[in-house]
Design a protein around this ligand. Structure first.
Ligand code: SF4
Length: 340
């Protein structure tokens, strides 16, 4: 077993272990817990009421009943288990339901770790589907978190995808380099480096929401990933109590740029069951984004986007005409969709 795998195995997973580690009391919630111990030490240093802690430690509001189990309608856009095909040129591929940490705001928090059809092993059929759909040129490894898979497994998938001539782009959406940086080994980097010749581009989308998430160890891992693997881009979720201020977002973007990570996505939060306490209104989000536009060069500005509930996909959450929200979003067909 590799070092990162034993670190992961030793994570805090129970309410009792959490209270013992943090020497504090936490509410019992209906969702599972998981925090690797090194990252938990980092959270402890930041403080239990820090933006960092708010993302990973349970809060009583998680037991609220409002919200959706599948807030972005993945199931409505899934032609078969293990994939979502929402946009013509790309699929989301779910090789695992496992993550390096359990984020309290996660939009898949009601699906991960369950018997959900979306995540059932179905790789042979996925390959058949890809071969029949020559319009697909990008595979987005999602989950769960694909970097929690072993090197051998990642190598296996990439080997299969490289045999399909129309697959040009590979993208990994991952939180692992931040949470479990020991996973970014020399061997993993070599594997990715070897596959660079087989695809037009391999991109890593690093999920990070607050500058407090960075530490010496994950900065080294990100540098290694940048030096040997490929392009790094960011995705962040705008979250109440975490990063919903101009200062927090600008500091995060500064850190991203220092680490050669291009700011890519700023997601408006999804109305997930158990995560409504992280929501902010579209007006609040638009006002914040307008402030960012005044403080950042265009190339450093992430796209502020929102997923239309029900599966219609991402659209811009920013309306430059007005910050007052009209009560509807415009979907990709140009139709108005009510959004309350
Ligand atoms: S790592 Fe991503 S998928 Fe996993 S719990 Fe966090 S937000 Fe959800």
């Amino acid at each position: 077993m590799e070092k990162w795998q034993s670190e992961y195995r030793d994570s805090i997973k129970t309410h009792a272990a959490l209270e013992e580690f943090f020497e504090a009391q936490f509410p019992k919630v209906d969702f599972p817990l998981l925090i690797p111990r090194k990252f938990a030490t980092h959270i402890k240093k930041a403080g239990l009421d820090s933006p960092l802690a708010n993302q990973f430690l349970p809060q009583v509001s998680e037991n609220d009943l409002g919200g959706e189990s599948d807030p972005i309608g993945d199931h409505n856009q899934s032609p078969l288990a293990q994939i979502v095909h929402r946009y013509e040129n790309r699929i989301l591929f779910f090789p695992t339901q496992v993550c390096p940490v359990i984020c309290r705001y996660c939009f898949r928090k009601n699906e991960l770790g369950t018997n959900d059809e979306l995540f059932k092993a179905n790789f042979e059929k996925v390959l058949e589907y890809l071969k029949q759909h020559s319009e697909i040129n990008e595979i987005i490894f999602s989950g769960g978190d694909p970097l929690i898979l072993s090197d051998e497994r990642i190598e296996f998938y990439l080997n299969e995808f490289k045999k399909i001539p129309h697959i040009k782009f590979i993208r990994f959406h991952t939180r692992t380099p931040i949470i479990l940086p020991s996973r970014i080994t020399e061997n993993f980097c070599k594997i990715i480096e070897n596959f660079k010749k087989d695809f037009l581009q391999i991109n890593f989308i690093i999920h990070v929401n607050h500058s407090q998430e960075f530490n010496e160890e994950n900065k080294v891992a990100l540098s290694l990933l940048h030096a040997h693997c490929s392009n790094l881009l960011s995705q962040s979720v705008l979250l109440k109590g975490v990063n919903n201020s101009k200062q927090a977002l600008l500091k995060l973007i500064d850190e991203l740029i220092k680490l050669n990570i291009r700011p890519y996505y700023l997601h408006h939060p999804d109305k997930v069951k158990g995560g409504l306490h992280f929501m902010l209104t579209l007006e609040e989000g638009r006002n914040l984004y307008a402030t960012l536009r005044n403080h950042l060069p265009g190339w450093a500005l992430p796209q502020y986007i929102i997923d239309i509930p029900g599966g219609e996909g991402k659209v811009s959450a920013y309306n430059p005409e007005t910050y007052n929200f009209s009560g509807h979003l415009i979907n990709r067909k140009g139709t108005k969709v009510p959004y309350i």
